[in-house]
Structures are given as structure tokens and as C-alpha cells.
Design a protein around this ligand. Structure first.
Ligand SMILES: C[S@@+](CC[C@H](N)C(=O)[O-])C[C@H]1O[C@@H](n2cnc3c(N)ncnc32)[C@H](O)[C@@H]1O
Length: 313
């Protein structure tokens, strides 16, 4: 079974690791995952590029090479390297040990040059060959170029909008597949719709504030995205068909609210369709006493007076 590796940023380590695990298992429920600090190793039939393209916090990803022959690569990977015109070697030290990264990269580079015709290129190589050091084990891997979806443009922003990384990771943690439709019943500026569409996922937005609906529509239009947007109360979601909800519950500070956030939350939770998957973000406290079956709950500290929760099912 092919193995891949993902080095994730340390911005939101728990979200980043769970996102890779979710994406790996979403495509292949038998996928096996091992986590070493911010290195996530995945044994799965899913190609690493498919996971890397959707993931939010991946810094480096590629194919892991376990079987090491005395010429460094096994046969399959050897032919890949032979197809490459240029390569680069990179050593990554995730261990507490002192590692002479520059020296390792140089000697690996000259070793690889001896058995293939590819030229070293530090600019934009066809292939990057990695040596990854951890405290327990060292790994070899490689990556080839892969297409990362273009970041959607936001014509109009608003101070209450959710940042794209949290929006995107929520879509992934909610296991929204390419075939699904996601609904954001408090869509604001349309962050969920934009992220979903950039991943090729159909999206629906609802907001009771007409101005917000217009902002969402404009933001979709500038990216040539489609998406239904309804200027209605969130309860309108019960008239619509979708597979999952990804949303950020009003905080009662920066944006308009129809009623106090606690009341909105209670009513909203009672209206969520039973089969719907979801990732709901809310201010810490709004989730207390709420009857919802969750698969996971995350706490995200923002500043002294704002800690957010992400509730997943
Ligand atoms: C926290 S903001 C959402 C921000 C959004 N995630 C974004 O990135 O722009 C909450 C939104 O809920 C909307 N809202 C408040 N009460 C609502 C209700 N009863 N039904 C639908 N939308 C509502 C507000 O107009 C606001 O745009």
C-alpha cells in the first residue's frame, strides 16, 4: 500500500493533523495514519496529491519511500526519477538532534546525480527528494509538482468574516466530499461558499441580512463561482437539500443578529437535519447545554475575550 507524508504547519496543530486523518479516511476508510510531531504518515490507496490539494495546513507533502534498495530508490520510484529532467534534495530535521542539513543535501544530490540524468535545480525542479529526520526514525520521500487550487478572491470583506484557513479546515473536518452540497445558513460574506467552490464543492448560503447576501453574491461572481444565496432566516435551510453544514454562528457583536446568539444557537441546533454532517463554529459558551451528538470538539483561543469552539459531526 503506498505511503505518503505530510508536514503540516504548527498554526493549529490539532486541526492540521485531524484534517489529514479525515481526508485520508474520507477517501479510503482502511487508511492507516501515524503522527510524529507535525509529520503525518498515511498508508492509503489515495494519492498524496489528492489529500494535499484539499488540505489547509500542508507545508510539504509527497510519497514516502520505505523500501530502500542499495541504490537508494526501489524500481518504481527509480523510473520516476529517470523521467525527471531536474531534481533537488532537501533534508528536514524534525528531531532534537543536530543535523548538518546543508551537507546532507549536497551529498544526496551528488549521489542521485551519479545514477540518473536529471540536473539539480533549486528553482522549480520536477522532483524534490526528501530526507526527514525525526527522533525515532528517518524517512525518505519525494514529491513532484502538484496543482494547488487558486485562492479565491474576496471583493468585499467584512470585519466579522471567518478567515479562509478555519473555513477550509471546517469543510474538510465535516467530511464534505466533492459530490456533496454544503450549506452555510449564516453565510455573511460567503467564506464557506468561496472555499467550497474553490474545492469544486457545490454550496448554498443563507443570511437574513440583505447586504450580506449581496456581498456573498459579489464575492462568488468575481471568482466566476456559482452558488445559491438566499436572503432568509437560517430556518429556511429546512426547505433546501444539502449534505452538510459549515457555519459560524453570530457572535452578537460585529454582525446583525435576529435575536441573542444563545437563542439562535439553541433554535439552530434543533433544526439541523438528522443526516447532515456539520462543522459549526461558535463562541465558547454557546455550546454549553446544547444537545448534539458530536464526533469531535475543538477549542480555538483567539484573544482574552474570544475563544471559539468548533463542533464536528
Ligand atoms: C459570524 S457572521 C458569519 C460570518 C461568515 N462566516 C463570513 O465569513 O463572512 C454571522 C452572520 O449571521 C447572520 N445572521 C444573524 N442572524 C441570522 C438569522 N437569524 N438567520 C440568518 N442569518 C443570520 C448575520 O447577518 C451575519 O452575516
Amino acid at each position: 500500500m503506498p505511503e505518503s507524508f505530510f508536514i503540516v504547519s504548527k498554526e493549529y496543530p490539532e486541526l492540521a493533523i485531524d484534517e489529514i486523518i479525515t481526508l485520508a479516511k474520507m477517501n479510503d476508510r482502511y487508511a492507516k495514519v501515524k503522527v510524529i510531531s507535525n509529520l503525518v504518515l498515511v498508508q492509503s490507496v489515495t494519492p498524496w496529491e489528492k489529500i494535499a490539494r484539499r488540505a489547509t495546513f500542508v507545508k510539504i507533502a509527497g510519497q514516502l519511500i520505505r523500501k530502500m534498495s542499495n541504490v537508494f530508490f526501489d524500481e518504481a520510484n527509480y523510473s520516476l526519477l529517470f523521467g525527471a529532467k531536474s531534481f533537488m534534495c532537501k533534508a528536514i530535521n524534525l528531531s532534537l538532534k543536530q543535523v548538518n542539513v546543508v551537507e546532507i543535501e549536497r551529498s544526496m544530490g551528488s549521489m542521485v546525480s551519479t545514477f540518473c540524468n536529471a540536473q539539480v535545480s533549486l528553482e522549480d525542479p520536477d522532483m524534490v527528494i526528501y530526507t526527514i529526520f525525526t527522533d525515532d526514525e528517518n524517512f525518505f520521500g519525494f514529491s513532484t509538482r502538484y496543482e494547488v487550487p487558486k485562492r479565491p478572491e474576496k471583493l468585499t470583506k467584512f470585519h466579522h468574516e471567518l478567515d479562509w484557513k478555519l473555513t477550509r479546515v471546517m469543510i474538510n473536518l465535516a467530511k464534505i466530499t466533492d459530490e456533496n452540497t454544503v450549506c452555510d445558513p449564516f453565510c455573511g460574506t460567503g467564506s464557506t461558499l468561496l472555499e467550497a467552490q474553490s474545492m469544486g464543492i457545490k454550496a448554498i448560503g443563507i443570511d437574513f441580512d440583505e447586504k450580506m447576501c449581496q456581498i456573498t453574491k459579489d464575492n462568488l461572481k468575481v471568482n466566476r463561482f456559482t452558488g445559491e444565496v438566499y436572503n432568509k432566516d437560517f430556518e429556511y435551510m429546512n426547505q433546501l437539500k444539502f449534505d452538510g453544514i459549515v457555519t459560524d454562528i453570530p457572535y452578537g457583536t460585529a454582525s446583525k443578529v435576529s435575536e441573542p446568539p444563545k437563542k439562535i444557537m439553541k433554535k439552530f441546533v434543533s433544526k439541523i437535519p438528522k443526516k447532515a454532517k456539520f462543522a459549526i463554529m461558535c463562541k465558547k459558551g454557546l455550546d454549553e447545554g446544547i444537545k448534539l451528538r458530536l464526533t469531535k470538539k475543538y477549542e480555538i483561543y483567539r484573544h482574552k475575550s474570544l475563544t471559539r469552539m468548533i463542533l464536528i459531526k
